[in-house]
Structures are given as structure tokens and as C-alpha cells.
Design a binder for this molecule. Structure first.
Ligand code: SF4
Ligand code: SF4
Length: 165
């Protein structure tokens, strides 16, 4: 498994054209077949990568949060909801989606999530690879290709299977 983020970033640039060919090939494969292969790969890759040694998503992404989660997060930070919103939340103007702002995440302590059991749903779900219809979500998935080693290694394994035919 490749887990070095700097190396993944470098390789990701080199593989841009290959990835375009891969995505074009996916178009002709029925989505249930892609899901079956991809989800099996993701399961294997996840077992081989230790997120506690990485933490890159918590360093470079800003997770989406709901109103209910903001109430909880303000409690963990021991400040008022208003103060939490003012200092740590930004709102995407077109969609009104709320995000925790700041990189790395304010809850990342010594490379670990300090609120792990109560982390927001978007953190729990990241890198969002278990959903159905992966092939139709490939643009979003590929946005995480150079961010998350689970995504990178899973896509590389999927590419091997797709491009060999
Ligand atoms: S809340 Fe925890 S899991 Fe989510 S980004 Fe922050 S440190 Fe990472
Ligand atoms: S989900 Fe991906 S980016 Fe986040 S810690 Fe695990 S391997 Fe790293």
C-alpha cells in the first residue's frame, strides 16, 4: 500500500492522462458491476491502511456539519453555539451547506481526532467510497485521489482491473 502523501500527490499528477482513459472506460461498464468490484477492493484496502498514522483528511479538508452537530461541537469546545459558529463555521454561499473551517481541524490532537466517537457524520463517512453507483460519483471520488491513501490505492486497484480488459 502506498501511504506517503507527498509521493501520492506527485504520482497523481503523473497519472492524469491515465485517469482520463480509466474514467472513459468506466462509462461502458454497468454500474452494479463497477460497484461490486470497487466495494470489494475498498474493503481490502481499508484493512491495510491505518488512519491513525495518516490523518491527512483532518489536516486538509473542512467537514460538512449539521445544526445538531454544531450544538454538540460547541459543547465539546466549551463555548456557546453562537461563538462556535462565529469562529469555526463557514457557509457555502450557493448551497447554504455549513462547514467546519480551519486546517487542520480544531479537534485534531496529536494526529488523532479528540472527539472520535462523536465526530460529525461527514467525518465518519469519509472517504465516501461505500455508496452505490460509484461510477456516477467518480468525479467526486477522484477529487480525493491525491488526498486520501484509501482512495488512491482503491482507484489504482480498480484501474488495474478495468484497464486490463
Ligand atoms: S472532527 Fe475529528 S474526524 Fe472530523 S475532521 Fe476533525 S479531527 Fe478529523
Ligand atoms: S480516511 Fe484517508 S486521508 Fe483520512 S486518515 Fe484515513 S487514509 Fe488518511
Amino acid at each position: 500500500m502506498i501511504t506517503d502523501i507527498s509521493y501520492i500527490k506527485k504520482i497523481a499528477q503523473e497519472k492524469e492522462s491515465e485517469n482520463i482513459v480509466f474514467r472513459k472506460k468506466l462509462i461502458n461498464i454497468p454500474f452494479p458491476i463497477v460497484d461490486k468490484i470497487f466495494h470489494a477492493i475498498v474493503k481490502e484496502v481499508e484493512q491495510q491502511i491505518d488512519c491513525t498514522q495518516c490523518g491527512n483528511c483532518c489536516k486538509v479538508l473542512e467537514p460538512e456539519v449539521s445544526d445538531e452537530e454544531i450544538i454538540q461541537l460547541a459543547k465539546f469546545k466549551e463555548i456557546s453555539i453562537e461563538s462556535f459558529k462565529k469562529n469555526y463555521i463557514s457557509i457555502e454561499p450557493n448551497t447554504s451547506v455549513q462547514f467546519m473551517k480551519g486546517k487542520p481541524c480544531i479537534f485534531l490532537k496529536e494526529n488523532l481526532c479528540s472527539i472520535y466517537n462523536n465526530r460529525p457524520g461527514s467525518c465518519r463517512d469519509y472517504p465516501h467510497l461505500h455508496h452505490e453507483r460509484s461510477k456516477f460519483r467518480m468525479k467526486r471520488i477522484m477529487e480525493q485521489y491525491s488526498v486520501c491513501p484509501i482512495v488512491f490505492n482503491s482507484i489504482e486497484a480498480l484501474k488495474k482491473q478495468i484497464l486490463k480488459n
